[in-house]
Design a protein around this ligand. Sequence first.
Ligand code: SF4
Ligand code: SF4
Length: 234
Amino acid sequence: MDSEDRMEMTQLEFGRCRSWPHSQDYCITCGLCSSACPVSGVDGFDPRKMIRMISFGLDDDLVVSRWPWICTMCGKCEHVCPMEIHIADAVRNVRSLRPRADVPGVLHKGLEAALDTGNNLRLPREDFIFILEDVAEELAEEEGYGDFKVPIDKKGARLLTTIHNKLVNTHTDDLKHWWKIFHAAQEDWTVASENWEGTSWGYFTGDNEAMKVMAGRIIEQMERLEIDTLLWPE
Ligand code: SF4
Ligand code: SF4
């Protein structure tokens, strides 16, 4: 029996949410994941309890509960788990089992917008460029950055970076932090004017097909701009 057969059999035998090869059944209930989790305690959420629920076959209760949507999928729990259980993977599996119309509103709308327009803000290309150039002008006013220009769609650059949507919305100063690092490193970088969104709304909603579409669009930008190195900070 190969590993794929084993995985299928495990899923059939024990439930729909488990991650493989580090089965939830290996959990020793040490609670290290709960201690490390930044949202442990929010509405009673506890990764240790969640893993036990999966182990006991209580998938359906988890699918309808709010718990999987409280998790930020940061992975801190996995980092400390002595049994190397893929906790964030399990969360994503649980999310994928919820009917799409029942995915929490903000995530559902964000994914729809990202699939429709390439970013969850529905920000048109010209507005995106305007914001980046405006922030670049601000940076150029700072000492040591007088010649700074933001390299948008620079063909043949060494590095393509994606951008988190909040950086062109509420946290534009964070753009400057990234750009200062590139400037100090004398990096040859660029950002694509379309499909620049680094946040995978497909990943967060447990929608594998959407995740493929969004990742594919980033690859298309790399091919269009003839770049072979990607910085995907999200
Ligand atoms: S850290 Fe791992 S073994 Fe410990 S309770 Fe959490 S899932 Fe179980
Ligand atoms: S991945 Fe989820 S469960 Fe794990 S530490 Fe982060 S928020 Fe908590």
